[in-house]
Design a protein around this ligand. Sequence first.
Ligand code: NAD
Ligand code: WQD
Length: 339
Amino acid sequence: MNVLVTGGMGYIGSHTCVQMIEAGLNPVILDNLTNSKQAVLVRIEALTDKRPTFYQGDIRDKALLVELLQSENIEAVIHFAGLKAVGESVEKPLEYYDNNVNGTLVLLDAMREVGVNKLIFSSSATVYAESDIQPMNEEFPRGASSPYGRSKLMVEECLTDFQHANPDWSITLLRYFNPVGSHPSGTMGEDPQGIPNNLMPFISQVAVGRRESLSVFGDDYPTRDGSGVRDYIHVDDLASGHIAALQKAGNVAGIHTYNLGSGDGKSVFEMISAFSEASGKDIPFVVSARRAGDLAEYFADASKAEKELGWKTTRSLTDIARDTWRWQSQNPEGYPDDK
Ligand code: NAD
Ligand code: WQD
């Protein structure tokens, strides 16, 4: 089966492409490389003996989409492409709405034109409203708190309306919790440009000596050790969630929504300890003020995905820390720059 993977050169998309090839699926990647590098293709090939077909281009280019959906005989689309930095989205809302919302609408329009009617969309737990009740299931009230989060929420709503008007379509919304970890080979991983916004890449850059110390954003939350608690999910578990979604939900018309998380929350201090143990390095940290917009604690009720997709996470926090360290220590500066 030929599957268009938008954003397939990125962190989650690249790991998903490896598993797709291993599962006998044929990923065709479309990516504009705004947040990824060509070197990813070589790494996918080294792991799978297959270099996916790659188009460097933009999801907002409808003519390109129509051409490649037809010429590559695409049967389904996994749609990762988009911008994802919460803080940046506050500064640049137009770019976020254009890439994430408009980009998805252009993609949908192109798919409709050529008759491809299976879509898996990368959504986020950020679409849920703040809640004291945990874990969160798929029916929880929605309410985003940043332009990034709102862009995901808007896309979910557009896709839901579209599916209702086109009942033969299969559209799956996957709400990821906190993706972390790397391929166990240490050859592929998360490669943020500039100063990392997220906890795990920051910790691993401190461990490898690229940064002096980690700021722990608050130790006075009403959690078990005072630091923030999140549901961290290994990127390879996330990748296998996409294959399960494609193979199960993708064959049933409807709008399907699943949380992809482990169902278990870990604190910032627990992440530091796990990483320190896996790497054998001290992780110097200083406790600083809470980060604006952060919540104390949230994690997934992932039972719906287990029941309906037969999917659950299998990788532990120890696996996450070990695989991330392997990637970071073997590639201290991330992927090599494109020539
Ligand atoms: P990433 O930035 O590593 O990958 C996204 C890819 O999309 C990049 O390779 C980028 O070059 C490409 N891209 C961006 N805009 C594009 C456009 N207009 N046209 C073509 N390509 C474009 O991000 P990721 O972590 O792999 O995330 C993938 C998806 O999952 C995103 O939609 C993101 O919002 C969503 N998501 C990510 C997280 C997370 O914490 N990583 C959590 C929840 C949801
Ligand atoms: C995790 C915990 C921080 C950095 C983000 C997006 C979300 C989703 C996943 C896309 C929190 C603490 C962090 C640091 C710290 N992405 N922290 N020092 O904020 O839960 O989720 O990524 O959809 O939308 O908001 O992830 O990794 O930034 O933070 O103490 O340097 O680590 O306060 O408790 P977050 P994160």
